[in-house]
Design a protein. Structure first.
Length: 223
């Protein structure tokens, strides 16, 4: 149980991801144990939605290069924490690397500045940016940044926002993880949540997001 808590506490991942992380470090028949422990995690039971049916999600053409296609969106409002009530989320389609930037407001100026300061300045100019129908992303300012930086803005249709499915799934996991920490000041736990999300083994690649970007896994002390 001690080992389970050390791996699970960061972002409260699902059973499959938790099993893979622990199995990479220890050897024992852990499926039964971890399933029971995960069900006993009160924070997970309160904050996660179990979906028994999955809607068909429109897909974009797959990419084979890091940081070439980016999904961005805005989530919130959250309870005010350190003056922040929203988050700008940015996800690389190839590696699923995620950045979450707390925002004081969601004006076009703020969103454009934070996207440039926290993503473009770190990872360079993407080829394509996929957004929803938010007014911030349809603003002339954001369009001009796209022209200056040389990326194409692709917008999901108004009646099918689930087309931006990759980031919507991350949103659900992110929100549940933030709530699971049960902290009023969610801005203080956000870094821990991101560490957990980035270091969790992904079912589709069997690698962590950190490994996809940097080629190695981050060290997490168990004892």
């Amino acid at each position: 149980m001690h080992i389970f808590q050390k791996f699970h506490i960061l972002a409260h991942p699902d059973v499959k991801s938790t099993v893979k992380q622990i199995a990479s470090r220890f050897i024992w028949n852990i499926w039964k144990n971890i399933t029971q422990w995960a069900k006993s995690c009160i924070h997970c039971q309160k904050n996660k939605i179990n979906r028994h049916t999955r809607a068909q999600i429109a897909t974009y053409k797959e990419v084979d290069d890091r940081f070439s296609v980016i999904h961005i969106d805005i989530i919130g409002p959250f309870p005010t924490s350190e003056g922040k009530t929203y988050c700008l989320t940015c996800i690389d389609r190839f590696t699923c690397w995620i950045e979450v930037i707390p925002l004081e407001n969601v004006t076009a100026e703020t969103v454009a500045r934070e996207f440039y300061d926290h993503w473009i300045s770190r990872f360079g100019m993407p080829y394509r940016v996929i957004t929803d129908q938010g007014s911030q992303f349809r603003s002339e300012l954001f369009k001009n940044i796209g022209v200056i930086c040389g990326f194409k803005i692709c917008t999901t249709t108004a009646y099918h926002p689930q087309c931006n499915g990759k980031i919507e799934r991350i949103h659900r996991t992110l929100k549940a993880a933030i709530r699971a920490h049960n902290s009023i000041k969610w801005t203080e736990t956000l870094s821990t949540v991101l560490l957990g999300l980035r270091s969790a083994l992904r079912g589709d690649t069997n690698y962590t997001i950190v490994q996809m970007v940097y080629g190695y896994q981050v060290t997490k002390r168990v004892f």
